[in-house]
Design a protein. Sequence first.
Lengths: 222, 222, 222, 222
Amino acid sequence: MSHPHTKLTQATPARLEAFSDGVIAVIITIMVLELKVPLHDGLAGLMAVLPTIGLYALSFAFTGVYWVNHHHLVHRTDQADERTLYANLFFLFWLSLLPFFTEYVADKKMDSFSVMLYAGSMILTGGSFGLLRLVIGRHLRETGRLEREDAAAERKHVISLLMYLVAVACSLRYPHIALAIIGLVTAVWIIPSAKVNPIEHCVDVHAARREGFDDAQTGRLQ
Amino acid sequence: MSHPHTKLTQATPARLEAFSDGVIAVIITIMVLELKVPLHDGLAGLMAVLPTIGLYALSFAFTGVYWVNHHHLVHRTDQADERTLYANLFFLFWLSLLPFFTEYVADKKMDSFSVMLYAGSMILTGGSFGLLRLVIGRHLRETGRLEREDAAAERKHVISLLMYLVAVACSLRYPHIALAIIGLVTAVWIIPSAKVNPIEHCVDVHAARREGFDDAQTGRLQ
Amino acid sequence: MSHPHTKLTQATPARLEAFSDGVIAVIITIMVLELKVPLHDGLAGLMAVLPTIGLYALSFAFTGVYWVNHHHLVHRTDQADERTLYANLFFLFWLSLLPFFTEYVADKKMDSFSVMLYAGSMILTGGSFGLLRLVIGRHLRETGRLEREDAAAERKHVISLLMYLVAVACSLRYPHIALAIIGLVTAVWIIPSAKVNPIEHCVDVHAARREGFDDAQTGRLQ
Amino acid sequence: MSHPHTKLTQATPARLEAFSDGVIAVIITIMVLELKVPLHDGLAGLMAVLPTIGLYALSFAFTGVYWVNHHHLVHRTDQADERTLYANLFFLFWLSLLPFFTEYVADKKMDSFSVMLYAGSMILTGGSFGLLRLVIGRHLRETGRLEREDAAAERKHVISLLMYLVAVACSLRYPHIALAIIGLVTAVWIIPSAKVNPIEHCVDVHAARREGFDDAQTGRLQ
């Protein structure tokens, strides 16, 4: 069977965004259903459940970072063909497994294997996001809207995936350090936006951008 | 009781889309809640849960394909009367049972009966989508926006339903082959969009379309 | 504490719709999580779960009817003040209890008390929807957009609530008949839209409307 | 790693609203999944579950009030930079824990410690909302859209947080009184909008506003 319905595929990206928002909103929220009220009363109970809450916070932050990046990526395309829709669904599939792997880690009390799976699922999520970036990036390049910032964001993503790979290796011996690495990568995505002063930012935008590139190039990727 | 509120029913399809997106987003995501962390530690545990993850992936892909097709169908109507709203709800009802039947198959360890139910629910989902296509198609025909591509998409749908019927028959003896057939049908919907080069596609659109029709006609349906 | 932030409350109804759609989409979909895979294999298992599926279908249809009516009610207002937002939340609260009362009826094997609660929750949902209609209706009246159709829809609602009251009474002795009454009321909301031919409908709109009013007035309510 | 993708961060707040609506819709609705059907039949069962339903209603109302306030806050910004997105996610994180702490209180039969956690989580949710208000308020101030009403709303928020602090202290001895205080604070947010007559309101808006400020100033905060 080939692909005859060409015109049908010229959809607006509005519904792509709406659907992705819905899926990510459910993913980020149903994870909390996996938090189980501890058996013990009082402080002992809270202490017992705190590591799981921390793990939930990590998965929440991870999903949040991807939502922000998805937002940046998608809102500039003015076209969503079938290939983009399916690449997006592929990314959402891997992301939708995060609540499961989060529960996995919590249930197995953060043992080596479960943390390895957790970090591994993040690599697959990140990889599928890279695929989506590739598909949408092609559209942007064709219409001349691919910007230097995209290259920088891509580079940051590649570094993140390499860090998750380090976390996978670490998890064999030191699962807690592996989780710390994952937390660090997430923090690196969030903290700069929190720190930067938006007013100065607007004024010194070219300086900041140049500095950003220098910084990124120090990492010597590509 | 008759139907006096005529004007009230002339609603925009925007909210129809938004609501459908919400429902499909929840359907596609809550399925993951049915993935249970295995009892065994390490690789043995992962191996035990892998078939269920595969099944989840299949249901996710099935729902994704319907979302893409729903998207194509609905975004061209500029009117959503009550009949359309209820036909849409009827489709969403059958789709919403998919997480239940997915869990059914997983719980019953993919036995004949559960796989038959699973394939059967897909026929009902597909049939109710056909009904929605009929209702919306009438609007499109009236306003002259029904295109040749719609006929091709419809034909592809009919073939898919026949394949699910084959899967139902297969499931009595060979439930795993039945699941493979379902997976194949899903792949046939996804793969062409992934393969086709959108640039050539735009240029050779008429050739591609003609080829598509020839292809479809080889199947000798209608 | 009084109410000083007047200007802040002049919100657009777009987000009211979006939020309501989200809540109703979750309500209508998470109910399926309460369907439990039966212990028995094969047909016996399906038979055991069929009444629960029927009950789920009833709750799904009930929610669907309210979504359609909510849609009709809200999309004509061009203003959503705080009072409207809270009236809407009050309605959503009662509707959000439906999955719980559906599970209640299923768990208690459709006994008298659980069916009474189920019908009772529908009266409260319907009553809170009436309140929302009152609040929004006032806006429509002020801006001269309240139509005769609204009166007809309101009358139909009052009759429905009376029928649910009959169901409550019935449930004491004949819970299954009570469920049948609830099913009948739901069907009366859905069937006319399915039957009526939209083409004739557009032509004979005035005749149909007049007929509708005569019909409704035969019921002699108000 | 610095922050080179400046242009990418200039997103519209539409998707921020859509995503927040999705998350809040899921939060407010999945709480009902924690309501367990009681073991006892008849009225005894309903009585046993009523306190939990009341608790659910309280958490629903709390979330509803935050949705309304979030709505007021966000719909006036015309810009959503990364800092706003992350401040919003931080708020949604704390709000997403509410279903967990609601279940906590229900499971622990409203004991001192669980009620303290519940009130404590409300302070953290309120605090993170204050942070979001700060971030967005800065944008509003820069573009001259910060209004006197914002100050009043902020003051009301600070008072609410202080009341939750009183509830935390109360919970050590009288958890039920602590819950009553939380209920009172929620009622104070909802009732004025329900009482005020919108028609008079529009006419006497300046009087009402002045009165509002006087009222608030009686509280002597700031």
